[in-house]
Design a protein around this ligand. Structure first.
Ligand SMILES: [Fe+2]
Ligand SMILES: [Fe+2]
Length: 277
């Protein structure tokens, strides 16, 4: 079973700064003939603020002509505790309307086929009722996997350097929800945890779990990003799942333009002026 993970496309009709990278990505996906595409979030430039970004990006995904699933990123549904764009029921409803569920289960064929689980990382630490609902849902999804190997897909990585690290703020899951998720990863020997968000690529294996940071297809982040592991490159990830395991290849996608967020941030993500919220 061949799966492609794409992430951080940052698409928008109104802000087409990274739009030129969609066509080469779509062409490459077509050539690879995957059985499924998973988008791990930041589908849009600002779906959290502009509903048309969600509608536009969903249309492009549908035009791929390949089955796809997506989980939201901070720019799609807002973020836990964000001062201007907190994740909330209205933002989640807009995601559901355009891109489908924000958490899902996909069981691959066969009794020992992989169970792929998509998680909404934006709920983690939000205190919303949906966060508790997702916790209970995930506990049940893991318990009911019944011998199937499990892979998780979520926007934010669980950690940057180590599962025991302190709060990294914007960049990884907060320590409290992280501890809970890592306990599940270890108890159930989760085979793969695949994330996006960092616009960096990395693949590591620890305690039998493969952690993959998928490269964005939109842009890289320069000096604005603190030092952390991973490689600043654009691309996608090609997976082959079978009963023996999973292989992951961080792939080059021909024709991507190497945009840097630092060059255009004032236009793409302007800071609100003082006094305005
Ligand atoms: Fe992103
Ligand atoms: Fe993100």
């Amino acid at each position: 079973m061949r799966l492609i993970q794409i992430t951080d496309t940052h698409l928008s009709r109104g802000k087409p700064h990274f739009a030129d990278n969609w066509a080469p990505l779509a062409r490459w996906i077509g050539e690879q003939r995957p059985d499924l595409v998973i988008h791990t979030g930041d589908v849009t430039v600002d779906g959290a603020g502009v509903e048309d970004d969600l509608a536009y990006a969903a249309g492009l995904l549908r035009d791929l002509g390949v089955r796809w699933l997506a989980v939201p990123g901070n720019h799609d549904v807002g973020d836990a505790g964000h001062p201007r764009q907190p994740v909330d029921a209205a933002r989640l409803a807009r995601w559901h309307a355009h891109l489908g569920p924000d958490r899902w289960i996909e069981d691959l064929a066969g009794a020992k086929g992989w169970r792929l689980i998509g998680l909404d990382a934006m709920l983690l630490g939000s205190g919303l009722a949906e966060e508790a609902a997702q916790e209970a849902w995930l506990d049940a999804a893991m318990a009911e996997a019944q011998g199937r190997p499990v892979a998780w897909f979520l926007h934010r990585p669980l950690y940057l350097d180590s599962p025991e690290e302190a709060d990294t703020g914007y960049w990884s899951v907060q320590p409290r929800p992280r501890a809970r998720l890592m306990a599940l990863v270890r108890r159930h020997r989760v085979g793969l945890v695949a994330s996006g968000h960092l616009h960096k690529a990395s693949q590591t294996v620890g305690h039998g779990t493969r952690f993959v940071w998928a490269p964005a297809s939109s842009f890289l982040v320069g000096a604005m990003q603190p030092a952390m592991p991973g490689e600043k490159r654009l691309g996608a990830v090609l997976y082959e799942f079978d009963e023996a395991g999973v292989s992951a290849e961080i792939a080059e996608v021909p024709g991507l333009s190497q945009h840097w967020l630092d060059d255009v941030i004032a236009e793409v993500y302007p800071r609100p002026s003082a006094g305005s919220r």
